[in-house]
Unconditional design. Structure first.
Length: 402
């Protein structure tokens, strides 16, 4: 059913929504084709899911699927799995057995909503377990500080205030920058921000990074950019190729005749922390913004999935979610592609699990035209809504499996 009218002729359909039992569908995919997997499998719900999540049955089911997932991953691939306390140990043992302890990457801790009925400890966290297919080949994890929940508002504020002041007077902008850096360094007890003391001719804030490296001192002559650098006392200069690249990118600056590399504040990166400030209720708000409040009980936050993808995938990647649920992973991919000008591709797998006829969700779906609605209908409706709101064409295809 196409509830909305889109002109998708001549549009390459490269994202996929695959409907059916995920075990069967996964077995149809090419091996070694996936860069990144995120799953939020059903766990500890006491409901009759298509994939029973009770005790040994849950362990057997998830083990079988993770075993196939490993085969689908490229050698540099990584898998992230959301889980809670009840199944954490079981999941870790399964993954250690399949991937090997040597490919264990780590665990993120995420926040959950406060509960009022805890008998002993009020559990307000869950986990994201991370394993690599081959940890020795895994790319470094890092995140742009401008994408970090802890830093982005601070960075945006500094950039805006300095830019506005720069348009009036450069000296004023420099003084404002100095005061802001001192203020945030003290109030947030951070030191890295104090490196960004420079403003270029466009009003952009940058850190002047040294261009020497360990090695035997030697002069460097670069005729292509008319630059001659005498030998340093104890270190050598970076390569000629790097200087030429930085020059062409307008990323060279000079202090007292010595060249430095411009590293802009909006591009600053950081290692990723193990504790992530994303809350479960944010996922509910994501659906609310699309007019789908109450359609899905436990959606993961879009920003959480974006954070994980951004931290681990720094080039175009194929991203798989074989417990797709409401489609959070697809929305995360769309948003990253738009915001970061990258070209990730998603593959979602979701069973056509029927929605209970007595539920409010069933009534909502039938009101917008669905007959005998399933969970996969929620997913597809969400993608349609998101694309329509953002005036984007449909660029995914749907395939059903018996």
């Amino acid at each position: 059913m196409d509830l909305f009218n889109y002109d998708n002729q001549d549009k390459e359909l490269y994202n996929q929504v695959l409907l059916g039992d995920n075990l069967r569908v996964m077995n149809t995919l090419s091996l070694n084709c996936i860069d990144f997997i995120y799953i939020d499998p059903p766990y500890n719900t006491n409901n009759k899911f298509s994939y029973n999540d009770s005790n040994k049955i849950w362990a057997d089911d998830i083990s079988e699927r993770i075993r196939i997932a490993k085969k689908l991953l490229k050698d540099k691939g990584v898998i992230c799995i959301s889980i809670d306390d009840n199944e954490l140990v079981t999941l870790l043992n399964i993954c250690f057995n399949i991937f090997g302890k040597e490919n264990y990457v780590g665990i993120f801790i995420t926040h959950q909503s406060q509960r009022s009925n805890a008998k002993y400890i009020n559990i307000i966290h869950e986990y994201v377990v991370v394993f690599a297919k081959n940890k020795n080949l895994l790319n470094n994890f890092y995140i742009k500080r401008l994408s970090s929940p802890d830093d982005k508002e601070m960075i945006k504020s500094i950039i805006t205030k300095v830019k506005n002041a720069f348009l009036r007077d450069r000296n004023t902008a420099q003084n404002i920058l100095k005061n802001l850096l001192n203020q945030y360094a003290i109030s947030r007890n951070i030191t890295w921000i104090k490196n960004y003391t420079n403003i270029d001719e466009e009003g952009r804030i940058f850190f002047a990074k040294d261009l020497s490296t360990p090695g035997q001192p030697a002069p460097l002559s670069i005729d292509e950019i008319n630059l001659y650098l005498p030998a340093l006392k104890t270190r050598r200069w970076s390569t000629k190729e790097k200087f030429i690249y930085l020059y062409k990118q307008n990323r060279l600056c000079f202090k007292k005749g010595r060249p430095y590399e411009k590293q802009y504040l909006e591009e600053a990166v950081d290692n990723i922390p193990s504790i992530l400030n994303f809350y479960s209720r944010q996922g509910t708000n994501d659906l609310k913004k699309l007019g789908l409040y109450g359609y899905f009980d436990t959606p993961k936050p879009v920003e959480l999935i974006k954070f994980l993808i951004r931290a681990m995938m720094h080039q175009d990647a194929t991203i798989l979610d074989f417990y797709a649920g409401s489609g959070t992973t697809a929305q995360a991919v769309y948003e990253i592609n738009q915001e970061d000008k990258i070209n990730h591709r998603f593959i979602l797998i979701q069973s056509k699990e029927p929605v209970a006829p007595t539920s409010d969700v069933y009534k909502k779906l039938t009101q917008v035209g669905y007959v005998n609605p399933s969970v996969s209908d929620i997913l597809i409706l969400r993608l349609h809504r998101y694309l329509k709101i953002h005036n984007l064409p449909i660029d995914f295809e749907i395939k059903e499996y018996e």
